[in-house]
Ligand binder design. Structure first.
Ligand SMILES: Cc1cc2nc3c(=O)[nH]c(=O)nc-3n(C[C@H](O)[C@H](O)[C@H](O)COP(=O)(O)O)c2cc1C
Length: 251
């Protein structure tokens, strides 16, 4: 039987509860001291680790960072294809038909869908596209006249992201994970999104592209731009934005 309050559990995945006090200050805003960046659990004894080997992969990790300045050039379609595949590409199937992808997912439930707001990709009209992972294809979903401005607004005024050549957006279809895990879905689906976005960071590093994860967005505006119905719902087909990532060629 489904959780009696699926609707509220899903609302917490959006980063707020309806009764939250929007005006409350964070401890940082109240100028309380920053917490320590690490805890120490032992009695002071430490063991040194061996020097790590420098490999192509370790160099990707070493150089990975969030990049918010782009040089204004378009991405190629091949670059976009590589990023989409890195984020959600299918590499196999389980016996029950569940997909196995480039990123891990709790129980292989893969509750995420991936969209691309395209401003500048060679060979693609600006507009919104949805990645069909099963076919490794894009489906065009149309465009609005001021897409870059609308997207900037939906991303809380983050101009670099709204105007980036591509802004990827992950949505969650929570029921795919709730079907097996019920109320654990809030945790699992958001962890899945983190793995997928990290794949994009590492793919960008290899392709000499720059990207920046985005979690500051207006839920209603972004869902509306994606053409998704907004608001609390326990419907099985419900889908809403959970994460985004701007991509461009770094300056
Ligand atoms: C969950 C998450 C949300 C983030 N949201 C934003 C955002 O909305 N805007 C932004 O400019 N950067 C955002 N970032 C990027 C972080 O600010 C960045 O990762 C952090 O400053 C550390 O820098 P680095 O990625 O270069 O190591 C986000 C990162 C994560 C992991």
């Amino acid at each position: 039987m489904r959780h009696p309050d699926t609707r509220s559990l899903r609302e917490t995945m959006k980063g707020h509860m309806p009764q939250d006090d929007e005006g409350r200050l964070t401890d940082q805003q109240e100028q309380l001291p920053m917490p320590p960046v690490q805890v120490v659990r032992g009695n002071g004894e430490t063991l040194s680790l061996p020097e790590r080997e420098v490999t192509p992969f370790s160099a990707l990790l070493e150089n990975r960072c969030s990049r918010r300045s782009y040089d204004g050039s378009s991405l190629t379609l091949e670059e976009l294809a590589s990023l989409l595949w890195a984020a959600q590409g299918i590499r196999g199937f389980r016996k029950d038909g569940a997909t196995l992808r480039t990123a891990p997912s709790a129980g292989a439930r893969h509750p995420l869908e991936l969209y691309a707001f395209v401003n500048a990709v060679e060979g693609l009209e600006p507009g919104l596209y949805h990645y069909l992972a099963l076919e490794n294809k894009l489906e065009p979903l149309g465009s609005c006249p001021n897409q870059a401005d609308c997207l900037t607004g939906a991303l809380c005024g983050q101009v670099f992201a709204g105007r980036a050549p591509v802004c990827l957006v992950w949505t969650a279809v929570p029921y795919r994970t709730e079907w097996r895990y019920d109320d654990k879905t809030r945790k699992y689906a958001l962890l899945d999104a983190g793995h997928s976005c990290e794949n994009v960071y590492l793919a960008c590093e290899e392709l000499k592209l720059g990207c920046c994860a985005i979690a500051a967005y207006d839920q209603m505006c972004l869902d509306e731009l994606l053409g998704l119905p907004f608001g609390p719902s326990d419907a099985k087909e419900v889908e809403f934005a959970v994460y985004a990532c701007a991509v461009g060629r770094p300056k």
